[in-house]
Design a protein around this ligand. Sequence first.
Ligand SMILES: *[C@@H]1O[C@H](CO)[C@@H](O)[C@H](O)[C@H]1NC(C)=O
Ligand SMILES: *[C@@H]1O[C@H](CO)[C@@H](O)[C@H](O)[C@H]1NC(C)=O
Ligand SMILES: *[C@@H]1O[C@H](CO)[C@@H](O)[C@H](O)[C@H]1NC(C)=O
Ligand SMILES: *[C@@H]1O[C@H](CO)[C@@H](O)[C@H](O)[C@H]1NC(C)=O
Length: 811
Amino acid sequence: MKTLTLEKVVIFSALIHPSFALPNFIKGLLYLQDPATITSSIPGIQTASTDIQPSPVGINTALNTTGHITLAPVTTTAINTLQSVLPTALTTPLIPSFPSPLARLSPNILVPIATTAPPPQFQNAPKHPVPRSNIQGSGPLQTNKFYGNFYLGSQSNSLWTHPYSLAKTCTTSSCGIAVSHIERSQTAFAAGNPAPYFVNPIGIHSIVFGAAELGAGTSMTLSELDEFSANVHLAPTVGAAQVLTMPVVQGMGFVTGVYSSAQPVLMSGVFFSNLTLVSTDGGGADRVVKWRIGLLDGTSWLLYVRTDNPTNAPFLLQDSKTIIGPLGFSGTVQVAKCASTGMEQFYDSAAGAYATGGSVSASADGDVGTYTISWTKGGPASRRLLMFALPHHVESFDAATRAALTGLQMQTTTKGMATAVLAETITMVEDHMPVDVLYDAAPANGALKVASAAAQTAIVRAASIELAEDIFEQTNMNSTYWNGKALAKFAMIIYATYAKGGDHDLAAAGLKNLTTAFAYFVDNTRQYPLLYDNDWKGIISSAVFATGDTGADYGNSLYNDHHFHYGYFVYAASVLAYFDPLWLTKGTNKVWVDTLVRDYANPVTTDPYFPFSRMFDWYHGHSWAQGLYESADGKNEESTSEDVFSLYAMKLWGKTTGDENMEARGNLQLAVLRRSLQNYFLMESSNKNQPPQFIGNKACGIMFENKIDHTTYFGAKPEYVEGIHMLPLSPASPYTRSQAFVSEEWQTYFSDGRAQNTDVAWRSILYANLAIADPRASWLYFTSPSFDMASLDSGASLTWYLAFVAGLGGS
Ligand SMILES: *[C@@H]1O[C@H](CO)[C@@H](O)[C@H](O)[C@H]1NC(C)=O
Ligand SMILES: *[C@@H]1O[C@H](CO)[C@@H](O)[C@H](O)[C@H]1NC(C)=O
Ligand SMILES: *[C@@H]1O[C@H](CO)[C@@H](O)[C@H](O)[C@H]1NC(C)=O
Ligand SMILES: *[C@@H]1O[C@H](CO)[C@@H](O)[C@H](O)[C@H]1NC(C)=O
């Protein structure tokens, strides 16, 4: 392995992730009261005293006729008289409930949420700043899928199908699609132990698919931009008939070029050493001719040619950079790297057949979920497809799929070894779906139904302070992300106050504020209202139009981070609906929230307003946060925990709206994501997929298609890099972050007092996360007399953390 000291690799995507290095002006908004005052009012918490102090600033009790909040002073210091200042409506007991199902579980849980137009408050966006260039066809377009680089910007960056990557490459006289495969021995590791990042080389053009007709003016367009695939078309000039089509499908076993009346030309940046005819079609019906190509780097590649008239298909090695095929050729040319010996039989048996696309179906039964990826096929019907599966697939294969496994493995860039299957479908079973994880973690994760009396007291005390914070101010930022976080924070406080603190009146008062605050969003009257983008088809922030900055609102307008942003709103809505089922029937509340879910997690390909599963990649088992930005290392995702939260939110929304299919999708996607995180992102010392010299980082940092960088978009302190994979702490956290991982991570970075010296705004995130492995230590931190309210970031609350930690057994 090479250990290179590289300059810090430039992060190619635009600024994506929220910075927690909050400017002071924002910090000032976080607390109504001076944090010092709050801190000094907290110390009694640990002593379970009974002199509970309500907020000194009063309780908002009413809206006046123009919709403004009017403030009533708290006239007594006894919390149990709070009710006396609440309007009678709020004294109606809250009776949280899940409805009986309105939409019953379907055999395939990927059924539409809706296919109607978004409600009218999502006004139409102006023309999108990123043109729909280089794309054939209309309809909703995938914005966050692996082939984005092929239609965006210069069109010169790679896409990764795993184990191969492809890139358009041109010389002064020709253009083609280059195929690359990287062995681990070629990977560059930054100096350090563990290596702070690793990156695979780009631009090794082992074999380039071209044609004599494809000169320097070659045009590349994409069609069928589907969930697992797209068709890449090369034509001599813009608008001319295409001569070469390459279906790019995740996991494809061969790289396949479909030629149409053209002269194939194969080129190489590594240089050809030799070309040998291995076998003619032998008169067989499948008409596949096999060649072997030797490259000067010592690698050996297989070339399979299939045409109606194979005897007319000679391929000649013209020089070390060029192999030419016959004139006017129509048929398929396929290459595969012969990476391990004794495995050629698998290629031989499948050659001629190639994947043209894929789809997913899924079902659920109790806590068992099953999903199947089915590929469509070109070439001879009699031949099986050769496809590569990732480690998390293989781990969860059903018996029939396991039987289709071959021993053929190839290295991927960032997801371990891919294993080939001879199959048109693969089926994966998740038998520990988090069906019991609702607003509390499941009992299996150690959750207690009831908090201790001391915990109850502490929770209510904290809630009386935190529910008096100005929700309206905190949810009126110029940021979709921060507004959503604030809504979710208050929703969590309200749940904790009710269910763990047992103070139903305080919860009701908080709920009233949350309802009012949420209505501003449903009415779409906050800063940077959300718009419907009719170009790419999605709900986007209007920030780019207001500011001219494509990175504004963390790039939401260009489809970055939609699951992160909208997941918080969906969670808050699920809490509203849980406590107030009638809320669902009012105005456009339900359809507004459903529309956000359709934007980031639409379950069908037949919705004319949104693409299928914009964020979650059913092949990789996690989401890609990056939208319409060209990027040298491919799509990326930073915060796996916000990915988790977006699915957890969807699951709860399905539960509170009675949509069993949505709930089941949330459960299944969480189970798949957990498996993907444990295999690739949250690296326990036993991790088998990531390079040994990288595993010591624990959380991976930012996962790209081509590299992994143990950093964030806002700094590289351990509390940032690890913490962004922790927040927000929710009942889904103990499900997705194993105790073993949390312990190892703590020992690596935060044990022996080190947590106390981290950036203060991150400290409580670290300690709430610690509760997964050591709830008692976490509890002592949050109830310490020296607990500092400034250690809560603005998406977090002491109330929720106390309830969360108590629920895990801390109190
Ligand atoms: C409602 O409250 C706002 C803010 O305090 C105030 O400006 C407005 O005049 C009030 N409206 C009525 C009708 O009282
Ligand atoms: C063909 O090229 C491969 C890869 O460089 C090499 O191992 C092999 O010896 C070559 N064969 C001949 C006949 O030159
Ligand atoms: C509701 O919000 C107002 C305004 O921010 C705040 O003063 C009040 O304390 C809140 N009330 C409750 C019970 O949450
Ligand atoms: C949000 O407001 C702050 C403070 O006024 C400003 O610095 C920032 O540029 C704004 N961001 C956007 C995207 O408008």
